[in-house]
Design a protein around this ligand. Structure first.
Ligand SMILES: Cc1cc2nc3c(=O)[nH]c(=O)nc-3n(C[C@H](O)[C@H](O)[C@H](O)COP(=O)(O)O)c2cc1C
Ligand SMILES: Nc1ncnc2c1ncn2[C@@H]1O[C@H](COP(=O)(O)OP(=O)(O)O)[C@@H](O)[C@H]1O
Length: 310
């Protein structure tokens, strides 16, 4: 997929595009409905493009930490959107300055450079300085640049609209099944295996430490059942016990995600892995000594095997 970095105005473009506006964090069921609409509307000549913002406005403008972290990195979004037929991603740098763009400037100057045939947004879309305009306002302005607009209704799940905000809350509360229901797949993070303190193998539970995951929302500290995928040409999956948290028993100092792969032995250092969270098994505990921790880890493994039929 083509990736275009945008600071302020996007570059001129000649090929016709069907454009979806939104960060698409997580590419959840609601986003997937916008993607289906794009597939439906795009003709042979059209490119399908996403106009996505780099950071959440509530983080950039208000410093609200709960909007700092994401369900997906830009690489994750790229991979996923490509699978849904997207040809191009405009990665728009959302800054305090950019937030001053008026609705008119956004459509008549920015979008007007893109040769947009059709724009697709969700029904609650707001845009422009101070969230000044909405989907209807977009439709009116787009008439002036000869682009059609589709306003796609939100996807409902059990009386709530599927949203990235709700999914982030589910993840931080350890509700992995609920997150999965809204995403249409398990919540996952991708990173590179780093060296830890080499304590795991002494305890009989070697764990790979997943590095480079600072952008992701932090799952609630605890033990999870999940999968590890080795990201390579022919991916391999392993059932896994995941420990996420601060490791109070061993005086851990920072938040870490570690994975103990069932029925695996080998070296995974420096490999790229994806960790998928399937279900929360228990909260993280501060054990009185290593023996109690080891005993509990054996129990965790037993519980996991029982669930998986291993
Ligand atoms: C199944 C499992 C459960 C764990 N549960 C806890 C826990 O409840 N409390 C805790 O402090 N650490 C827990 N840990 C983390 C261990 O303390 C950690 O894996 C160990 O210190 C090894 O660290 P290292 O990989 O950096 O060497 C758990 C690890 C695993 C694999
Ligand atoms: N079943 C397994 N699950 C996770 N990692 C394993 C497993 N078997 C071997 N390993 C390897 O051992 C490393 C973890 O060993 P550990 O003693 O916990 O060291 P570290 O503290 O560096 O993570 C992993 O990064 C991986 O390369």
């Amino acid at each position: 997929m083509e990736m275009i970095e945008v600071q302020g105005q996007p570059p001129n473009n000649s090929e016709p595009v069907v454009l979806i506006i939104g960060k698409m964090d997580g590419v959840h069921l609601g986003h997937q409905s916008l993607l289906q609409e794009a597939e439906r509307l795009a003709t042979e000549e059209d490119k399908i493009a996403v106009y996505g913002f780099s950071d959440h406005p509530k983080w950039v403008l208000r410093g609200d930490e709960s909007f700092k972290y994401s369900l997906s990195t830009i690489e994750d979004r790229q991979t996923r959107l490509e699978q849904f037929g997207v040809d191009r991603y405009y990665h728009v740098h959302f800054t305090k300055e950019y937030a001053k763009t008026s609705p008119e400037e956004f459509v008549l100057q920015h979008l007007n450079r893109l040769n947009v045939r059709h724009v697709i947004v969700g029904e609650d879309f707001r845009f422009g300085k101070g969230r000044g305009s909405d989907a209807e306002g977009l439709a009116e302005l787009c008439q002036q640049i000869g682009a059609g607009v589709s306003i796609v209704p939100g996807v409902q799940l059990h009386d709530r609209k599927v949203s990235s905000t709700d999914i982030r809350t589910h993840v931080t509360q350890g509700r992995m099944e609920a997150a999965q229901a809204m995403l249409g797949r398990p919540f996952e993070i991708t990173g590179v295996v780093e060296k830890g303190e080499q304590l795991g193998r002494q305890l009989g539970f070697p764990t790979l430490n997943v590095g480079g995951i600072d952008e992701y929302v932090k799952v609630k500290p605890g033990v999870y059942l999940g999968l590890v995928k080795k990201v390579q040409e022919a991916p391999e999956y392993y059932y896994t016990l995941i420990s996420a948290g601060y490791r109070p028993t061993v005086n851990g100092d920072s938040y870490k995600v570690e994975a103990y792969l069932l029925d695996f032995s080998g070296d995974l250092y420096d490999q790229k892995v994806t960790v998928q969270f399937l279900r929360h098994m228990r909260d993280e505990e501060n054990f009185d000594g290593m023996d109690a921790l080891i005993e509990q880890m054996h129990q965790d493994e037993k519980n996991a095997r029982a669930i998986l039929g291993l």
